[in-house]
Design a protein around this ligand. Structure first.
Ligand SMILES: Nc1ncnc2c1ncn2[C@@H]1O[C@H](COP(=O)(O)OS(=O)(=O)O)[C@@H](OP(=O)(O)O)[C@H]1O
Length: 307
């Protein structure tokens, strides 16, 4: 069961995850199921303690917002246990049932929070109802990023897998027109945050959602992690002592714990250079998003400063 899930991992995961998943798969192949659950903590004893619980908190979006960074930062908290791969339960695998989902979760002790992240949940119409059916108490975290940059990041990822892709400019406008934005293109649609949020607010009160700024997660990771820990009811364990700015990568990375050789920056697929896109095209896209951004600021009570 676990192997099946891990084969459906975040297809755009970074090398850190791939290394992690490789270890887990190897250990499962060796019949070390319980031990495998703990490779992320470098614990070499069998772990049959604790129970598998449904996640009390889920990072539901957004794709290319900085969700992997947030999850990996959270995982250094001793009271957080999370699935490394993206389970995609509430969008792709819902018919497998809740027990299948719970089985994917790591074991937790009392007081520990179970988490997962699947960024596509935010834009999945059925996801709010389904999460609500699991537990109306679920805390929902959304990492949001300037939708223009997010669209370019999304495009960059698709381009890396399919070098023959048409240009961004060709995809962003409707065929017949140079000015009309093609909202059927997922790279555009995902960034209409206000629309997607409306679906979630049909089931969850705003207080159950936390909006993390993808920009501030890069410029002030400790500050943003403070908000996240407060929201989750966790002690503020993750602080600026845990981060350093890696000049080569151009992003904050986690400081290495003493004696560990584990890489603490995210992999190559996170923080990729984006292709050049003409400023007029970006401006047009920015104009398109402006009213939706303003609506989103009103709905959340937060100004993300994207204009
Ligand atoms: N610390 C750190 N290190 C590396 N990258 C970071 C970090 N914090 C945020 N980011 C930004 O995360 C972007 C990828 O977002 P996601 O992890 O949500 O992508 S995915 O949806 O899971 O594919 C990724 O987007 P790109 O820059 O376009 O590659 C990064 O800008």
């Amino acid at each position: 069961m676990i192997t099946f899930c891990l084969l459906h991992i975040d297809q755009h995961s970074d090398s850190w995850d791939v290394a992690y998943i490789g270890q887990v798969q190897q250990q499962i192949a060796n019949g070390e199921r319980a031990k495998a659950e703990d490779v992320d903590n470098n614990i070499s004893v069998f772990n049959n303690f604790g129970t598998k619980k449904f996640p009390q908190a889920i990072i539901i979006g957004v794709k290319k917002g900085g969700t992997r960074a947030l999850l990996e930062f959270l995982r250094i908290h001793p009271d957080v246990r999370a699935v490394g791969a993206e389970p995609h339960f509430f969008d792709r695998f819902y018919e497998k049932g809740l027990e299948w989902y719970r089985n994917l979760m790591p074991r937790t002790l009392d007081g520990q929070i179970t988490m997962e992240k699947t960024p596509s949940y935010f834009v999945t119409k059925e996801a709010p109802r389904r999460v609500f059916a699991m537990s109306r108490q679920t805390k929902l975290i959304v990492v949001v990023r300037d939708p223009v940059t997010r669209a370019v990041s999304d495009y960059t990822q698709t381009l890396s897998k399919n070098p023959g892709l048409p240009t961004f400019q060709n995809l962003v406008f409707k065929n017949s027109s140079r000015g009309l934005i093609d909202t059927s293109w997922s790279a555009v649609r995902i960034g209409i945050y206000a629309k997607h949020l409306e679906n979630w607010l049909q089931f969850f009160p705003l207080s159950r959602l936390l909006f993390v700024s993808g920009e501030r997660l890069v410029t002030d990771p400790a500050g943003e992690m403070g908000r996240v820990q407060d929201f989750l009811g966790l002690k503020r364990v993750i602080t600026d002592k845990h981060f350093y700015f890696n000049q080569t990568k151009g992003f904050p990375c986690l400081k290495k714990p003493e004696g560990s050789s584990r890489q603490r920056c995210l992999g190559k697929s996170k923080g990729r250079p984006h292709p050049h896109i003409s400023p007029e095209v970006l401006l047009r896209l920015r104009d398109f998003y402006r009213p939706f951004n303003l609506k989103f600021y009103q709905m959340t009570g937060q100004d993300f400063g994207w204009d």
